[in-house]
Design a protein. Structure first.
Ligand code: MEV
Length: 385
């Protein structure tokens, strides 16, 4: 078991195209963001597991012995399916981890001991930690005493993958503690990196964390947070984008809060209600992602203005589709109008309903080219390579 302090970090993400459609098996294109979440883990022998999340005002401590007891008390054999021999996460024959059941999440709530009026963001962050802690250490005879602090540069609930980066950090750190993956900084060897297999395991567990938070996510957010770079994601298949150009993207946080889970459910309901109308929208978004991937691949190091124009048209068409799916918001319409007045094109990114929008900056505009002054929005400039 690890004895030294461990520091890990994971990036947030921006979805260029394919949000929501990706939940229904379509392609999404996503890039890692230069805003990160950081985790510091200190093993100790106090008999406690401490979690501190300063960004959202969480400081909790649990007695390891009590957790151990509660853990075993949940092991009601009749509650387990024939292939299920563990408490929370169960490995299938393919080595996949099955989703946490609503009953397991309910049990976690009891273990967490949070007050009834605890805000949803806080509650889900704590439940995700407990879920990953109890599941990843399920094979250990004794649960470890740990002090875990997680902080972030990412605004929560804004569509920039803060929950995925949180889950990736937790999965990576906890898997390192129980030596499922090596400590890359062991013995002062700072150049070691996790292997593809290690990253796959981190991604698999991070996906479980995302499932606690979002219910039925596609997995794109944790994939990009685990692997970094620019990638194409479809039904668990991850591929790096070939030779992506260095695009400048303005990120605008409308600061309008929203729930990814509710927005994803809203799209599902609309698809069920109007399959003939909504399914073609999802197919069209898929085609937009593929066309964007093709154009990005052709742009190379010296992109032509004409190629920027194609990217802009794709942004406009997708934004209209996302509005038709019901995930737009007046604040995002305003972003599109204001940037349009400056000759720029924007769309929502992530779940929508507020959250963040992206605006493609043409090369001559550079950093901070357009800033709508009279708004309560927050801006970041990000580059995609
Ligand atoms: C959220 O960042 C992206 C969505 O497509 C949800 C998902 O992929 O799980 C809205």
């Amino acid at each position: 078991m690890l004895s030294e302090v461990l520091l890990v970090s994971a990036p947030g993400k921006v979805i260029l195209h394919g949000e929501h459609a990706v939940v229904h098996g379509k392609v999404a294109l996503a890039v890692a963001l230069n805003l990160r979440t950081f985790l510091r883990l200190q093993p100790h022998s106090s008999g406690k597991v401490d979690l501190s999340l300063p960004n959202i005002g969480i400081k909790r401590s649990w007695d390891v012995a009590r957790l151990q007891l509660l853990d075993t008390s949940f092991l009601a054999p009749e509650a387990l399916s024939p292939t299920c021999v563990c408490l929370f996460a169960c490995e299938t024959e393919q080595g996949d981890v099955t989703a946490p059941t609503p009953e397991q999440v309910e049990k976690l709530k009891e273990v967490a001991g949070l007050p009834d009026d605890c805000a949803v963001t806080k509650r889900l962050a704590v439940l995700t930690f407990l879920y990953l802690y109890l599941s990843i250490f399920r094979k250990q005879r004794t649960l470890p005493s740990l002090d875990v602090v997680v902080w972030s540069e990412l605004p929560p609930g804004a569509g920039l993958g803060s929950s995925a980066a949180y889950s990736v950090c937790l999965a990576a750190a906890l898997l390192t503690v129980c030596e499922e993956i090596p400590n890359p900084l062991k013995d002062g060897e700072h150049i070691n990196r996790w292997t593809k297999e290690d990253l796959e395991l981190i991604n698999k567990w991070a996906f479980q964390g995302e499932r606690v938070i979002h219910g039925n996510p596609s997995g794109v957010d944790n994939a990009v947070s685990t692997w970094g770079g620019a990638l194409r994601y479809q039904q668990g298949k991850i591929a790096s984008l070939k030779r992506p150009p260095a695009l400048q993207i303005l990120l605008t946080n409308t600061r309008v809060p929203r729930s990814t889970k509710a927005l994803v459910a809203g799209v599902r309901n609309r698809l069920l209600k109007f399959p003939e109308i909504v399914a073609p929208l999802l197919t069209s978004i898929d085609a937009i992602s593929l066309e964007c991937e093709r154009v990005l691949g052709e742009m190379g190091e010296a992109p032509a203005l004409e190629q920027y124009h194609v990217l802009e048209e794709l942004i406009d068409m997708n934004q209209h589709h996302l509005n038709a799916l019901g995930v737009g918001h007046a604040s995002l319409d305003q972003l599109c109008q204001v940037t349009r007045a400056h000759g720029l094109h924007s769309k929502l990114t992530g779940a929508g309903g507020g959250g963040c929008g992206i605006t493609l900056l043409k090369p001559d505009l550079g950093r901070g080219g357009t800033r709508p002054e009279e708004s309560r929005s927050e801006h970041f400039c990000s580059s995609m390579q």
